[in-house]
Design a protein around this ligand. Sequence first.
Ligand SMILES: Cc1ncc(COP(=O)(O)O)c(C=O)c1O
Length: 390
Amino acid sequence: MEFDQWFNAQLNARPIDPIRLAEPVPVADLPTPALLLDEARFEANLARMALWSKTTGIALRPHSKMHKCPVIAHRQLALGAEGICCAKVSEAEVMQRAGIESILITSPVVDQRTITRVSELARQNAQLIVVVDHPEAVMRLEAALAQTRTTLKILIDIDPGLGRTGIAPNEALLALLQMIDRDCPHLMFLGLQTYAGHCMHIPEFDKRKSKYQRALAAGAEARNVVERAGHSVQLMSGGGTGSIDFEAELGILNEIQAGSYAFMDIEYRDIESNNGPTFEDFSVALTVLVTLISQPKPRTVTVDAGFKSLASDKMPPQFKDVDGLNYYWGGDEHGIVALDNPSRTLQLGDKLELLTPHCDPTVNLHDYYYVVRDGYVQELWPISTRGCSQ
Ligand SMILES: Cc1ncc(COP(=O)(O)O)c(C=O)c1O
């Protein structure tokens, strides 16, 4: 089998539709670790963000790298989202197969094989948008599109000080813009992306706001550069869950790419908001159900979820609805839990829910969401773009 044939086949084999069980299953009967999605909280989060978007007039293009699930993307679109973001081309390929067309790929695409795939996606989908930040990659993209006589919308990525992707709003931007204008008839300049991810989780509200404001000045300056060069900027995309409290006031973006708001996690819950010491605008809808499988010592118990079920790049997970339990990483498959006067009695086989430290990489460790309503699961939603990192 040819490599590309295999690559496409494995993407096409991914499930994209929800699975409905004939009979609902009580949460306590699920095999663990299981990724649970509290449907009522999740729906409230989506509705809250849809209202925010409507009220502020700032379009919402949720980042699907967080949930990786076309079922969820369709729900976001049904509530008025402008489209979705994908981090990677393979994510976009799966989402497009699931019937989603308004897709923005938020990372630059450079290698030839991936560029060819982008041009194939663009051939099938006139709504596709891709960010660019380098003349060489732009010329490769132009050449691939010219071969299939396809046009593609692009955003130039502006670095707001994160230092990850993008360019500064200076002569480099002007030169790139002029090159696109002059040499790239198949690329349609639509606007700018400026994503200040380094500001999103700053716990103190005022500090977050002022750092974000400074970061977005790069976006505003970039828009000036582009407009002075005689181009209009239709789309200014960026932002995330941690910036919604100030986007409207700043007035720089006309589209936000928030992702985590749909599920939330410990890291986001613990930032200060406009209204109080924690970020209660959205509630935590995502948990990992675990089983108490051993009690090696009188004051510790062991649960069956470690690095393979919970992202470990941030703080340790926390138990939902039980106090006095402190989770410590116990390796790939285990968590060791110190008992500090727990608020309920525990016994072998008990099922407990853990709040996840960081939702995006946690989701990427699971195949399905177990969608919970009133303590029962009747639907499973596939995490279709799990592992789509290419
Ligand atoms: C480019 C980009 N846009 C948007 C987001 C979504 O941000 P959040 O999950 O903080 O809402 C991310 C997340 O890392 C991102 O990398």
